[in-house]
Design a protein around this ligand. Structure first.
Ligand SMILES: C[S@@+](CC[C@H](N)C(=O)[O-])C[C@H]1O[C@@H](n2cnc3c(N)ncnc32)[C@H](O)[C@@H]1O
Length: 255
């Protein structure tokens, strides 16, 4: 905890782009393909990367992503209502956010990475997080979960890290009940200007983290339009780095 706190104090005094660059440069995923092009994300590279990240993930990304995680949890809890609900955390990772949900909510977590999920299991056991129903290794693009079985799907720092974001979003919409919500928190690329140029230049290196820094918000709204059974209810800028967003979609009761 002391180490985590000193990291938190340190990073506040370092320019944001430098932190971002160092994190990405230190990451274990590949960046360029054999033709020197920006490689896209594939499942085996995600699995390899997070196997390496698992032991240090909380130390590196715990504080940096904390504000976004808390906002996503608050949004999910509001969507469930006062009696509580059933929440699916996709890309639950080390389970870092699981202790922060009120115990009246029933939680299920899935992740592609077994080493990350093992950390989540240890956390659940050590902290006796009794409202976690299940943790399972599962691909977000093909979830072995019944239709309309959750009130909310939460995906924190995940949707731009999966190989096929639109297929994954279709799955999210499938497993929530009508009136339920998809709650995303993520880095979203700039629409134009110097930040857009920076993100495009930076994309090859960022692929090492399995991130798409140039991922545009318009890709999400285009998905919603094509899907037809969801509507955007919120898009709110979030810390850290000022480039993150909280995004909520509601599944329509009558598509
Ligand atoms: C940046 S981490 C975010 C972890 C956690 N949500 C957090 O807030 O720190 C991204 C997570 O998504 C998982 N992931 C990536 N692709 C996935 C997929 N197709 N299915 C399920 N999980 C996936 C990774 O294994 C990793 O644990």
């Amino acid at each position: 905890m002391a180490v985590l706190e000193s990291w938190h104090v340190c990073y506040k005094h370092v320019p944001q782009e430098i932190i971002w660059t160092v994190l990405v440069a230190a990451s274990p995923l590949g960046g360029l393909d054999s033709r020197g092009m920006v490689s896209d994300i594939d499942k085996s590279s995600v699995e390899r990367a997070y196997a390496r990240w698992a032991p240090v993930y909380d130390l590196v990304f715990g504080a940096v992503f904390d504000a976004g995680r808390r906002a996503a949890i608050a949004a999910a809890e509001r969507a469930c209502g006062p009696a509580g609900g059933r929440i699916l955390e996709v890309g639950v990772g080390t389970g870092i956010s699981l202790p922060d949900y009120a115990r009246k909510h029933r939680l299920v977590g899935i992740d592609l990475s077994e080493p990350m999920l093992r950390k989540a299991q240890e956390r659940v056991a050590e902290q006796n997080i009794s409202n976690v129903e299940a943790l399972a290794v599962m691909d977000a693009e093909r979830m072995a979960l019944p239709d309309q079985s959750f009130d909310v799907v939460v995906a924190q720092f995940v949707i731009t890290a999966v190989p096929n974001p639109e297929t994954t979003l279709n799955e999210f919409a499938r497993v929530i009940r009508p009136g339920g919500e998809i709650v995303l928190v993520n880095h979203i690329g700039a629409e134009q200007g110097p930040r857009r140029a920076f993100e495009i230049c930076f994309a090859p290196i960022a692929r090492r983290l399995g991130w798409r820094p140039e991922f545009r918000f318009a890709r999400l709204t285009a998905w919603a339009e094509r899907h037809g059974g969801v509507r955007l209810v919120e898009h709110k800028p979030m810390p850290p780095l000022g480039h993150f967003s909280l995004i909520r979609f509601e599944r329509l009761r009558t598509p």
